[in-house]
Write a protein that binds this ligand. Structure first.
Ligand code: SF4
Ligand code: SF4
Ligand code: SF4
Length: 275
């Protein structure tokens, strides 16, 4: 029964994304939404299917498919700023399109269901950072997570200033902000990864989007849980976790619980099949 359930997950995910795709296509009368969410749904379902077949790079396949689609097609070809500045921009203009829909689905409401799955499977910044050599952090976590609030406030101030100053062609500025913003994120992310010997240092300390993602994912429906009757306390799950999560604690208050990106490394490496 458990086996059948596992096989059905890709189909359920596809159905979920198709429902969003069709609903948005019809309500917004825009075929783009059908294509967009169908592509993402197919990529996610393919990833889960490959994971069930024990393909080692299943997560990376989804990350590369969705990440490059968003960066190259949506960002560079369609000129949609899907960074946080783009979200503020569309929010201020009162348009429920592109970046606002993206944020609602992936970063505000979605995390209530799939936690920080965005960070593990779709983010184009992490897509590049995950190629770096420090897949698991070699030192303790630094106490500099407060920087994310500064970058969050800076992005809000930047877009607010453009609106207050009534700057013309904000849309063009948003496109260039997307290019420059991404270059800065990549440069900073790579530098931090090497400095801290931790691929995900940028995610842990700098990324402004975590200001949304962390509190929402606290309530996530999908969570990795530990079967205490099987766990022998070997600590292997802690050693392989890129985000320093104490996954053996099943409470919502588990250490670094809102950092879990559902990468499943702990599940794959648990010698007792306890996760
Ligand atoms: S924390 Fe930010 S940079 Fe890292 S994966 Fe999540 S959204 Fe991307
Ligand atoms: S790897 Fe498995 S057995 Fe070891 S501590 Fe983690 S959950 Fe327990
Ligand atoms: S290794 Fe486990 S606890 Fe750590 S981020 Fe991945 S899924 Fe979450």
């Amino acid at each position: 029964m458990k086996h059948i359930g596992k096989k059905l997950i890709p189909a359920v995910m596809l159905l979920l994304f198709e429902s969003v795709a069709v609903a948005l296509w019809l309500t917004k009368d825009n075929l783009f939404y059908l294509f967009n969410f169908s592509f993402i749904g197919l990529s996610v379902s393919l990833g889960i299917f490959l994971y069930n077949r024990k393909y080692k790079h299943a997560r990376r396949v989804v990350q590369l498919l969705v990440g490059t689609y968003m960066l190259i097609y949506l960002g560079l070809i369609c000129n949609e700023n899907m960074q946080i500045e783009g979200f503020w921009y569309y929010l201020f203009t009162g348009v429920f399109e592109a970046a606002t829909i993206h944020y609602a689905v992936a970063k505000l409401l979605g995390p209530l269901i799939f936690g920080r799955g965005w960070c593990g499977y779709a983010c184009w910044t992490a897509m590049v950072l995950d190629f770096l050599p420090y897949k698991t952090p070699s030192g303790p976590r630094k106490k500099i997570g407060w920087i994310r609030y500064i970058t969050f406030a800076a992005s809000l101030l930047f877009v607010s200033a453009l609106f207050l100053a009534k700057v013309g062609s904000i849309e063009r500025i948003m496109f260039w902000a997307f290019i420059v913003g991404n270059l800065v994120y990549y440069a900073l992310g790579i530098a931090l990864a090497f400095a801290f010997k931790d691929n995900r240092a940028f995610c842990k300390y700098i990324c402004p989007i975590t200001v949304f993602l962390k509190p929402m994912s606290y309530f996530s429906l999908f969570r990795v849980k530990c079967d205490k009757s099987k766990c022998v306390g070997c600590g292997q799950c802690r050693r392989v976790c890129p985000m320093d999560v104490d996954i053996t604690d099943n409470s919502r208050k588990r250490k670094n619980g809102t950092e879990c990106i559902l990468c499943m490394e702990c599940v794959k490496h648990c010698p007792k099949d306890a996760l």
